[in-house]
Design a protein around this ligand. Structure first.
Ligand code: 5AD
Ligand code: SF4
Length: 477
């Protein structure tokens, strides 16, 4: 888009500028990276996958576990060399750090990595184009103050432009930040207080996504089920009501949301799982641990029994729902008996998918200052046992689907020629022959085989029937 006057910016670029964005961490970062790329596109930057070609390299970082900051510094060392190489050819390279490491480290990044030109925290992404412009003028910039203005309102897709289509599935942030203060977690510090996006903005963005060909939308938030806002009927809405509204948008055939906290699963949301076919039967509901003592120390504010009862209610509403969770082993004070409770809880729930981690102390969080840290070797050994059980459950779930018919949203070409990959309602990758349909179709397939990470399926019914695409659309619209 360079060489042209870009509406709204008033600048004329004579050469195409390229931005390379490397994303670490959660889906919120993936979403933010896309929005930042969109915002920069309006200033003449097009995205590139080739870092050597980039005039702007942006690392969108994650701070949730481990020595993430250290990894970022060593990556910055490599990028500095690249900057020096390019400088020999007279090409300028700006280096930016965004995301949670940017928020947590701030000016320290410029001190330790002087080649960096700009540091920008998640609260101020809407200022990115202005910040880049200043950085191009030679200024070093750190933008990590919490913005007073509404970040969401200021980072829309440019008015009047259809959002660039990135396929048939998309993320949509509806909520950001967290007030829960689990004692192991940095999110309340790096992402700030909980903020919900207004209904009108969310609906408008979902409509734009639908218009660009997106059929499946995943609502994002660090605590997505704490989302609330004033509904179109003037009443206070929760995520359940919002999902009902989004399900009315023609073209949006599948809805998902992540990540949820057990304390915020209200009746309306459970009812949405019961009544909305478009809401996929998959729920990521982290519990972290199975021992009440550890749950208390983690400040999760619920017991293991309450979590199990909640899942019973959700399953009563939507019997085919698949559960997913997050677990931390080796939180300070965790005994062998506490860990056994986690294993018991996992057996009681039966997870279709799960993510498990060794506890990693995050500076500034209460957990880091607690007594009785668990030795690394013990954490490692517990993690192995937990992961063995979770992997077995995941495999059993996948195998239980063999022989069944499912609706598959075809998303992209497979790794091998002649294949397409889609997602099952339970978020598993499913591989089919490309005769099954076109990307964007929702087709009926029969699961033939379960591999370790994906399912293999055969099309059901007449392949290539001309009415197929219309017929599948008609099911939902
Ligand atoms: N150590 C280990 N795992 C953590 N998580 C968050 N903070 C930590 C930490 N300090 C995990 C939790 C959370 C997921 C996103 O990351 O399980 O749900
Ligand atoms: Fe972190 Fe807990 Fe908030 Fe989740 S609910 S983001 S784990 S503080």
């Amino acid at each position: 888009m360079s060489g042209k006057e870009t509406p709204g910016t008033g600048t004329v670029d004579t050469a195409t500028k390229k931005v390379f964005v490397k994303t670490y961490g959660c889906q919120m970062n993936v979403y933010d990276s896309q929005r930042m790329t969109d915002a920069l596109a309006a200033d003449g930057y097009c995205a590139t996958d080739v870092i050597e070609d980039a005039d702007l390299v942006l690392l969108n970082t994650c701070h949730i576990r481990e020595k993430a900051a250290e990894k970022v510094y060593s990556e910055l060392g490599r990028i500095r060399q690249l900057k020096e190489e390019r400088a020999k050819d007279g090409r300028e390279t700006l280096i930016g750090v965004s995301g949670c490491v940017a928020q947590a480290e701030g000016r320290e990044i410029l001190r330790r990595a002087p080649a960096v030109d700009l540091v920008i925290g998640p609260q101020t992404y809407h200022r990115l184009p202005a910040v880049v412009k200043r950085a191009r003028g030679g200024e070093k910039i750190v933008e990590t103050e919490y913005a007073i203005e509404d970040k969401f309102a200021h980072l829309p897709h440019p008015e009047g432009r259809i959002v660039r289509s990135r396929g048939v599935t998309a993320f949509l942030t509806v909520q950001e930040g967290c007030d829960k203060f689990c004692t192991f977690c940095v999110v309340p510090y790096t992402r700030g207080a909980e903020v919900s996006r207004p209904v009108s903005q969310i609906v408008a963005e979902a409509e734009r996504l639908a218009a660009s060909g997106v059929r499946e939308v995943t609502l994002l938030g660090q605590n997505v089920n704490a989302w609330h806002g004033e509904g179109v009927d003037g009443r206070e809405w929760g995520l359940g009501e919002l999902l009902f509204r989004l399900a009315e948008i023609p073209g949006i055939d599948r809805l998902r949301y992540t990540t949820s906290h057990p304390r915020d699963m209200d009746d309306a949301l459970i009812a949405a799982h019961r009544d909305l076919d478009k809401l996929m039967p998959y729920l990521h509901l982290p519990v972290q641990a199975g021992s009440d003592r550890i749950l208390k120390a983690m400040n999760r504010r619920h017991t293991a029994e309450e979590y199990l009862r909640l899942i019973e209610r959700i399953r009563a509403a939507r019997p085919d729902i698949a559960m997913s969770g997050d677990f931390i082993v080796g939180f300070p004070g965790e005994t062998e008996e506490d860990f056994a409770e986690t294993m018991r809880l996992v057996r009681a729930v039966g997870y279709a998918q799960a993510f498990s981690f060794k506890y990693s102390p995050r500076p500034g969080t209460p957990g880091a200052d607690m007594a009785d840290h668990v030795p690394e070797a013990v954490k490692g050994e517990r993690l192995q046992r937990l992961q063995a059980l979770l992997t077995e459950q995941q495999r059993d779930f996948a195998r239980s689907l063999v022989g069944t018919e499912i609706d598959l949203l075809l998303e992209k070409p497979g790794r091998e020629a002649g294949q397409l990959v889609g997602r099952s309602p339970w978020l598993q990758p499913v591989i089919v022959d490309d005769a099954a349909g076109r990307i964007g179709d929702i087709v009926k397939v029969r699961i033939a085989r379960a591999g370790p990470n994906s399912l293999f399926a055969d099309p059901v019914g007449e392949i290539g029937a001309p009415e197929r695409a219309e017929a599948t659309k008609g099911v939902y619209v």
